[in-house]
Design a protein. Structure first.
Length: 208
């Protein structure tokens, strides 16, 4: 986590200095920004697209576009928020391109040459192999998140998984703060309802 530098009474985020160096042609400064934010950007892209390969491509596209458009970063928000907005736009564009493809049920297995295997839903932690593979509840949570519409899933990802503030989320998505709050509430309610249905199916002793 970058540490804020203080100049007089103003606190300057260290990313600003890196951006200025990158604008001046310092490739190492931009590489530092990439190392700091490539993982969070990957997580955002994977949550939205529900596809690891797409997310990897999107990360490359995001940083390439960010490098080309560094002059457009005004510093009115955090550099990470600006990157996130690019990632969201790229991810939603990728979804639109896939819109004509067949819709797949979140419970449907993937067919391979070795037979059917469970669908690999997007992670929502940095090291999923070490965590959710050991948890049935974790798998259910992944499925319920994957089942949200892209609009709700994006807001939920930024607020409750990546822990952006409401204002940062609104900035990243180009939405108003009330719109973010409304979508987040609806996303949480849908997750609660779907998670409840899953648990009821798993445990017949739970009464509706």
């Amino acid at each position: 986590m970058p540490v804020l530098e203080q100049t007089g009474t103003e606190e300057i985020h260290p990313d600003i200095a890196l951006v200025e160096r990158a604008r001046a042609g310092d490739a190492e400064a931009f590489e530092t920004l990439v190392r700091q934010y490539d993982r969070p950007i990957f997580r955002v892209a994977q949550h939205i697209t529900q596809n690891r390969e797409d997310a990897e491509d999107i990360v490359q596209d995001v940083f390439l576009k960010a490098y080309r458009k560094l002059e457009q970063f005004q510093g009115n928000s955090k550099f990470s928020t600006w990157l996130t907005r690019i990632a969201v736009n790229e991810s939603l564009m990728r979804l639109r391109k896939r819109k004509t493809s067949r819709t797949v049920s979140m419970d449907q297995d993937v067919q391979t040459e070795e037979g059917s295997i469970p669908r690999d839903f997007a992670d929502w932690t940095p090291d999923p192999e070490q965590q959710y593979n050991q948890s049935e509840l974790g798998e259910i949570l992944q499925k319920t998140i994957a089942g949200l519409s892209p609009g709700f899933r994006t807001v939920f990802t930024l607020r409750d998984i990546e822990h952006l503030s409401t204002e940062e989320t609104a900035n990243a998505l180009g939405l108003s703060v009330p719109a973010v709050k409304s979508r987040l509430l609806r996303a949480r309610l849908q997750l609660r309802e779907r998670l409840s249905r899953y648990l009821k199916r798993k445990d017949g002793s739970i009464k509706p």
